[in-house]
Design a protein around this ligand. Sequence first.
Ligand code: FE2
Length: 421
Amino acid sequence: MFDLVIKGGTLPDGTVADIAIRGDRIVTVGKVDAPAKRVVDATGDLVTPPFVDPHFHMDAVLSYGLPRVNASGTLLEGIGLWGELREIATVDEMVTRALRYCDWAVSMGLLAIRTHVDTTPDHLRGVEAMLEVKARVAPYLDLQLVAFPQDGLYRTATGRQNVIRALDMGVDVVGGIPHFERTMEEGAESLRDLARMAAERGLMWDVHCDETDDPLSRHVETMAREVTRHGLGGRAAGSHLTSMHSMDNYYVSKLLPLIAESGMTAIPNPLINITLQGRHDTFPKRRGLTRVKEMQALGITVGWGQDCVLDPWYSLGTADMLDVAFMGLHVAQMTHPAEMQRCFTMVTEHNARIMGLQDYGLTPGSVASLVVLDAGNPVEALRLRPDRLLVVSKGRVVAERQRNDCRLDLAGRPATVRRRF
Ligand code: FE2
């Protein structure tokens, strides 16, 4: 007797299969005739492993307008606003906002999130709040925390010490922000320092790296060198990497093989960087996205991150990783059918690889987490960003929706509109 069987769904690779679940594991993927406590008919619907977000800021989520909106729309004004907010936000407020966001995430089939947590203030209330949230959502959502020195590792008196305090409190991943240090040299030194910290503690490393329009911001080169030196490989991720959009092409022809050699991964955040970057440009106006297809052509794992929802840096957002992939597809011009399919894989499998999730996927023995979407295939899912009909986390149904078709009455001719093609 199975606990749950999802019948007749279409997997992301086009295979039609039943999925049988017992406890928190997938037992069978194929033809299932054995009885189950519950059977869900997913005929014609896409069944996918859950969405994964490898780059987020949950300590700031749902704070849009606090203490006021970002008038210039720039990264730097956003950092300034956040600097004010983090001094007045209480642990309870941050926990409440984060838990509300986690509910949104679950409803959208987003079941694993890596969030950077600002370790700049000595009170470390954000760290305290996110550790509490991580524990509370653990039964249904995997939250990974990054010790993130938002104002620089060396730019404040206690920046470095507070990263270490946060890691000692149980934060999972070492962060960094070299382009925000006082000088290029101090940025490079911060990377050497943080890479050592990650290696010595056996932790993953995720750096806000070169999130700037300055084509001479080349910290990713130093980062790749340190990843190779310490053998961190896929345990290290470069987030944003936006300066690469403006770098000299000859330099990039040397840089990309160094990144590939290191084994590190990359996390562009298209919703945020398309709005934050290029604000000082007139025309032609640069777009704030790193070189996605070019990195993938060299075998570098690239995911899509969401970064922000309703906070000092971004005034929209719905916890839908299909929105993120949809924007990334457009800005990176990934319009070939194989590239569109890959955009979907980026917000599922590739992001899971970046976060180092164990037993992820729709195979026997994997954790029984999956999403049923009102779409026929991954490309249609990107086009429609459709309803998540069913979300299963670790063997339990955690969200469920009715199919939402629109009924028309046109000059006496009733009809039903389904947006599926
Ligand atoms: Fe970020």
